[in-house]
Design a protein around this ligand. Structure first.
Ligand SMILES: Cc1cc2nc3c(=O)[nH]c(=O)nc-3n(C[C@H](O)[C@H](O)[C@H](O)COP(=O)(O)OP(=O)(O)OC[C@H]3O[C@@H](n4cnc5c(N)ncnc54)[C@H](O)[C@@H]3O)c2cc1C
Length: 429
């Protein structure tokens, strides 16, 4: 127990130091020399882009910052699995950009449809042109509609992914609510790299919770294209404790890889067999948001190589890529990492505009997973650049202990709520 208490204290210290590091990211930077204000355009008003735009204005209010975002309302995906399980309302996930506008950022609600790195211009749908000195691309991910035969945009209306927006999360919720007791739910999990490594397993847990409480004769089958996953033993122990008989996980070696789907018969085919689903949640493979391809900053993997000190693209000068779209080594594709990268990228841009050398960043990530109401686990980490990549700083992160009293899991569930309130307040409030 005492070891556990010490670790608990360390964890709290970690949270404090993470917050302090975040605040320190706003270190003072020498003012730019007189002349026309520098223009920074940020495409993507999610956790990475909005954090970056706001931090730019905070460090140097003279910079003309434009934030281009496709949607007027942002739907946050952390905690969206709770919406699917009926534990939260989608409205609790939604945020607008008033605070960014109030901070002096020019928020433009439009889709960026082209980037000309030579002319340093972004074209918006509607043909408006934005010129920039530095461009930040933070478009998150696109789903790869070509990856699973039979699974395209139309199929997602019947077999929702619920991975990129609130409408899909609501659709999956509705399908679960409307299905009969005794039904089979099938979920598919893609290979890495993908957005938020623990999130599919959080979702599996919360769907199982819904079945246990509302449709106990039903079953969830999780088809996984991977053999191992983040916090695996913690998840599997909890599944044994909470959801025996309700949740079956099928790893790659047992035929977890989905090779095709048939929407009409709601059939999911793997290397080994076919599964008939009453409700199917297909999470397809992913790549960086499409604007990165248009800008020529995505490589053959579909993701964007960057300099880990400046977040500048390795393929195009004066374009930075942050958040899920970037190749960031050991850093998970998470909202907290995106927030951290957004702020540090802003600091680097201000230094570059001033002709100074950006300092080496240290990024932080924290991911909480809710497995049932009042039962959460977490993983935190810190990362720094080594060579071309971010690597994890040994001993700086923490994962929930495998053995812990239920009160520990309850406290993690409260910390998860607190984390969401804190990060969305900071980025959108
Ligand atoms: C189910 C689920 C649960 C998750 N849980 C957690 C969690 O507990 N903790 C955690 O840290 N992370 C979690 N995540 C991951 C987190 O949501 C992402 O890592 C994070 O949103 C990445 O931030 P981003 O800014 O890169 O992308 P986003 O937040 O997706 O923002 C990208 C924005 O860019 C806009 N955009 C894209 N292209 C264009 C364009 N051409 N023109 C204009 N706008 C454009 C989009 O509309 C979007 O608003 C979860 C993800 C999922 C799916």
């Amino acid at each position: 127990m005492s070891g556990m208490t010490a670790s608990r204290i360390n964890r709290r210290a970690f949270s404090r130091s993470t917050l302090a590091a975040a605040a320190a990211a706003a270190f003072p930077i020498p003012a730019l020399s007189a002349g026309p204000p520098a223009r920074v355009v940020v495409v993507g008003g999610g956790f990475a882009g909005t954090s970056c735009a706001r931090e730019l204005k905070k460090i140097d209010p003279t910079i003309a910052v434009t934030l281009v975002e496709a949607n007027k309302t942002f739907t946050a995906l952390p905690m969206s699995n709770s919406v699917i399980a009926g534990l939260r309302k989608i409205g609790q996930q939604q945020f607008e950009y008033r605070a960014s506008t109030a901070a002096g950022i020019d928020v433009v609600i439009a889709v960026a449809k082209a980037v000309d790195p030579q002319a340093r211009q972004v074209t918006l749908v509607g043909e408006k042109l934005l010129s920039y000195d530095r461009l930040v691309l933070a478009p998150g991910i696109d789903l790869r509609w070509d990856a699973i035969p039979g699974y395209d945009r139309a199929a997602a209306e019947k077999m929702p992914h619920a991975w990129n927006d609130g409408v899909q999360a609501d659709l999956l919720r509705r399908q679960l609510t409307e299905m009969a007791d005794g039904s089979t739910v099938v979920m598919s999990v893609p290979t890495a790299p993908a957005r938020c490594p623990p999130a599919p397993y959080e979702r599996a847990s919360l769907i199982a919770h819904y079945l246990k409480t509302a449709k106990p004769r039903s079953k969830l089958i999780v088809l996984d294209a991977k053999e191992n996953f983040s916090m695996q033993r913690l998840f599997q122990n909890a599944w044994k404790e909470l959801y025996t008989g309700l949740l079956e996980w099928v790893p790659l070696s047992s035929g977890g890889q989905v090779v095709s789907v048939d929407v009409a018969s709601k059939t999911i085919k793997t290397d080994f067999e076919s599964y008939r689903a009453d409700v199917a949640n297909i999470i397809p493979p992913q790549r960086a948001g499409g604007v990165t391809t248009l800008a020529g900053v995505a490589d053959r993997t579909g993701w964007c190589p960057i300099d880990p000190i400046t977040f500048e693209s390795k393929q195009q000068a004066d374009i930075h890529v942050i958040g899920d779209a970037a190749i960031a080594g050991a850093m998970p594709k998470s909202a907290s990492a995106a927030n951290s990268a957004g702020k540090l990228c802003a600091a680097a841009i201000v230094e570059l505009l001033a002709g100074a050398k950006p300092r080496e960043p240290e990024l932080a990530s924290a991911c909480y997973s809710l497995l049932a109401p009042g039962y959460a686990i977490s993983i935190t980490g810190k990362y720094h650049p080594v060579g071309d990549q971010f690597i994890e700083i040994e001993g700086a992160g923490e994962t929930s202990p495998l053995e812990a009293p239920r009160s520990w899991r309850e406290e993690d569930a409260k910390l998860a709520d607190g984390w969401f309130t804190q990060i969305t307040g900071e980025v959108f409030g």
